[in-house]
Design a protein. Structure first.
Length: 54
């Protein structure tokens, strides 16, 4: 698992060298936050507003 995180960090550093890479990293962040909101909520109806904001 530690090697997977290191590999992800290395690839993320490579993505920051281009504008499209920065946009891609932001999209990954948005999907991650939305996934956390849906996963840890008791129901999806409580999390419509945060998902709409993202």
């Amino acid at each position: 698992m530690a090697t997977d995180i290191k590999g992800f960090a290395d690839s993320a550093k490579g993505f920051t060298k281009s504008p499209l890479g920065i946009i891609a990293l932001f999209i990954v962040l948005v999907y991650g936050v939305a996934t956390l909101a849906v996963t840890f909520g008791s129901s999806l109806t409580q999390h419509f507003r945060p998902l709409i904001f993202f």
